[in-house]
Ligand binder design. Structure first.
Ligand SMILES: Nc1ncnc2c1ncn2[C@@H]1O[C@H](COP(=O)(O)OP(=O)(O)O)[C@@H](O)[C@H]1O
Ligand SMILES: [Mg+2]
Length: 361
């Protein structure tokens, strides 16, 4: 939970006609100046969260506060909030300057001040020389920048961005991610961005909200989300994770000992809440935290390699443990390239010092 709160959603639900649940009692606090991402699969409620915050949708129940003020009933234009839409929603019959200055005109900002603010906003997004261009003359990336300039020019307290980069090709997209981050920190503005791309969320956010079926699964920093996913859903959504069913068999000081079939797993006791109820738990083990060796050793179990895929610095192997459980193992290329082939039997163990976690359902 942030110390200072700019935006607060309090038990916000949105039920659409026909009973479709868009949001299910969502609680969220956003700190001033942070870059927060809403991440989740299609249909999980990301856009609906932005639309209720901007005032384009009225929550079925719950309240929304900005700077401690209840804004639930305010019209969109009366909220100090701006939105960059997924399709940019530029006005095709207006040039770049007119598009960017539109909100200032509505607010009756004098012409000279408008010109200055429009020029500044366009400079901030690196599009100063296109001030008189027609929208139709612009590339996708340039349109994206115009939409950004139009959204920041009125200096909203909070900027909402709905999949702002999804229409760009991979290379431009990666570049624009860094640009967005730079823009957000130089403005000191609060950004709430929707994305379904975990790499994008991990690379530019201060915190990430993982959503599933209108609810929040976990809110955490990128590193914490990667290292300590709370649920199976989050573990499956962020990076690649082996989900191994295991039982607690003992505890040595700070180490919890589990067995997944014949595969011993060690977990840190202070990071993982456990109940020694004898039931199977799901343990998340990253591919880089499994080691495959050609010969058997202490704490290894045999597995059959089903595929070996080139991944740059590492090779990713899909294998099946003798227990039948499928596992994914990342090995450094030097170690693996000559040693392993499809059909080989290898011996798998957990890497000492691995960061494995107990996952909730
Ligand atoms: N105007 C609407 N009318 C009916 N159902 C809607 C409407 N907008 C969104 N939904 C439904 O609400 C759920 C959440 O949608 P949305 O917030 O757009 O998801 P996301 O942006 O995460 O893909 C989906 O099941 C979607 O079909
Ligand atoms: Mg959406």
């Amino acid at each position: 939970m942030p110390n200072e709160v700019l935006l607060r959603l309090e038990a916000v639900s949105k039920r659409f006609p026909g009973g479709v649940v868009g949001l299910d009692a969502m609680d969220l606090e956003v700190a001033p100046g942070e870059f927060l991402s809403l991440l989740g699969p299609s249909g999980c409620g990301k856009t609906t969260s932005l639309r209720v915050t901007a005032g384009f949708e009225t929550p079925t129940s719950g309240r929304i506060f900005l700077d401690g003020r209840d804004i639930t009933a305010l019209r969109p234009f009366d909220r100090p909030v701006n939105t960059v839409f997924q399709d940019y929603a530029l006005f095709p019959h207006m040039n770049v300057a007119e598009n960017v200055g539109f909100g200032l005109s509505l607010r009756k900002v004098p012409a000279a001040a408008q010109r200055k603010q429009v020029a500044t906003a366009l400079d901030m997004v690196g599009l100063g020389e296109k001030i008189s261009a027609r929208v139709a003359e612009l590339s996708g990336g340039q349109r994206q920048r115009v939409a950004l300039a139009r959204a920041i020019v009125c200096k909203p307290r909070i900027l909402l961005l709905d999949e702002p980069l999804s229409a760009l090709d991979a290379h431009l997209r990666e570049h624009m991610q860094m640009e967005l981050k730079r823009l957000q920190s130089s403005l000191g503005m609060t950004f709430v961005m929707v994305t379904h791309d975990q790499t994008e969320a991990l690379s530019i956010s201060n915190r990430i909200v993982v959503m599933n079926k209108g609810r929040i699964e976990q809110v955490a920093s990128p590193a914490l989300l990667y290292d300590r996913p709370a649920t199976k859903f989050v573990a499956g959504f962020i990076g690649t994770m082996n989900l191994l069913e295991a039982r607690l068999v003992g505890r040595d000081g700070a180490t919890l000992r589990y067995m997944s079939g014949d595969l011993p797993l060690e977990l840190s006791a202070d990071q993982n809440e456990v109940s020694a109820d004898g039931r199977a738990h799901t343990i998340g083990v990253r591919p880089e935290d499994l080691v495959a060796t050609p010969s058997a050793g202490l704490a290894t179990v045999p597995a059959k390699i089903e595929s070996v895929v080139f991944h740059g610095r590492t090779l990713r192997m899909h294998a099946q443990l003798i227990s039948g459980a499928p596992v994914i193992i990342d090995a450094s290329r030097q170690a693996a390239e000559t040693a392993f082939d499809i059909g080989d039997i290898v011996h798998v163990r957990q890497r000492p010092g691995a960061n494995s976690v107990v996952l909730k359902a």
